[in-house]
Design a protein around this ligand. Structure first.
Ligand code: ZN
Length: 161
């Protein structure tokens, strides 16, 4: 993980933690970064200014859960967990179906807003609750790199129809 001090177009400064500088670049280009104070997605890295003491009126608001490790940079593992099973495995299909049912019963469908809404919840800008929806592979990867736990929902054979 690397730490950047970020700055929005309004001049608000806040902290961001990223898996890598590339992860930061992707999130910035995708417009996924937003200022916790004004919501602006016009966010860039602030120039490091070690002479300025923290703790003033513009104290940085942590944009990530406390306790994030700044040391020991680690590349995220390249692959996601995958499994290959026979499509006819009824027990697995039943388990997948039960998982989806539980998610759908306990969560709110936010559709394509999922990445944005997941971030708002993660960063405390929205009420914590279960949500589900759609994210493409890049979006899901970016969420995971930000430390947001997302659970890929299995696709059931009947969904492919
Ligand atoms: Zn701002």
């Amino acid at each position: 993980m690397i730490h950047y001090t970020l700055r929005c177009a309004e001049g608000h400064r806040f902290d961001g933690w990223f898996a890598s500088s590339e992860a930061f670049g992707r999130q910035q280009e995708g417009g996924y970064l937003s200022c916790p104070m004004c919501g602006s997605s016009d966010v860039d890295r602030a120039l490091m200014s070690p002479a300025i003491a923290k703790g003033g009126a513009e104290a940085a608001a942590p944009a990530h859960a406390e306790g994030a490790e700044a040391t020991a940079p680690q590349e995220p593992s390249a692959g996601a967990n995958v499994a290959l099973t026979a499509e006819r495995d009824e027990r697995l299909r039943a388990a997948f179906a039960a998982l989806r049912k539980a998610v759908e019963e306990n969560g709110v469908d936010v559709g394509r807003n999922f990445p944005e809404e997941a971030r708002r919840i993660h960063y405390g800008e929205a009420e914590p609750r279960g949500i589900y929806g759609q994210a493409d592979l890049e979006e899901a990867r970016a969420l995971v790199e930000e430390g947001i736990d997302v659970l890929p929902l299995p696709i059931l054979p009947e969904d492919r129809n």
